[in-house]
Design a protein around this ligand. Structure first.
Ligand code: 3PG
Length: 203
């Protein structure tokens, strides 16, 4: 299944910061056991490419993407490693070009109406809203959503299980991203993901 379809179903996008390649399988196995088969592995650590390659090979049914992709080189590395989606904190012309050429979904980050309009001009309708907690959170998304009817947001930054429900209840939000889903021991990660899925399902 295509990565955006999985994200649309799961509605949770763990931001995964891996310092060691050996952490890849325990971290992602715990998330998947907890019901979240999506991972945005960030290019904030030197081993990101290797972690993505291992994750994509080990978990072929999960949506394994790359996050914090700031440059064309990182986008190429991520795609070569098997990333099935690419996320940036903002919009990058060169990352956009690589993703378009390689036909890999790109989720650029936005905050302002002008940034959203720039992304719409280029055909992007699913946008990361980052850092959500700092720039108005749900209230900002609702205001922006009223103007940009066709846009779906992925708020990231400052979300956790305590405020997840209010974000997921908003129909302008495709999915919610954040690092809270990938923090702690494998047992803690599995429990956090399981709880997030429970909140999502309203049980
Ligand atoms: C990101 O990379 O999207 C954010 O740093 C995640 O923010 P959080 O740590 O508040 O979830």
């Amino acid at each position: 299944m295509d990565a955006l379809k999985i994200i649309e179903q799961v509605r949770l996008v763990p931001v995964v910061i891996l310092n060691k390649v050996e952490d890849t399988i325990p971290t992602l196995s715990a998330m998947i056991k907890g019901g979240v088969n999506v991972a945005e592995i960030t290019f904030r650590t030197a081993c990101a490419k290797e972690c993505i390659a291992l994750a994509a090979k080990t978990f072929p049914d999960a949506a394994i993407g790359a996050g914090t992709v700031l440059t064309k080189e990182q986008a190429l590395e991520a795609i070569e490693a098997g990333a099935s989606f690419i996320v940036s904190p903002g919009f990058s012309e060169s990352v956009h070009e690589v993703c378009k050429e390689k036909n890999v979904p790109y989720l650029p980050g936005v905050i302002t109406p002008t940034e959203i309009m720039r992304c719409l001009d280029l055909g992007y309708h699913t946008l990361k809203f980052f850092p959500a907690g700092v720039f108005g959170g749900l209230k900002a998304i609702k205001n922006l959503g009223a103007v940009f009817a066709g846009v779906k947001f992925m708020p990231t930054g400052g979300v956790d299980n305590s405020n997840l429900k209010e974000f997921l209840d908003c129909d302008k939000i495709l999915a919610v991203g954040g690092s809270w889903l990938s923090k702690g021991t494998p047992e803690q990660i599995e429990a956090t993901c399981r709880e997030a899925v429970r909140i999502k399902e309203g049980k």
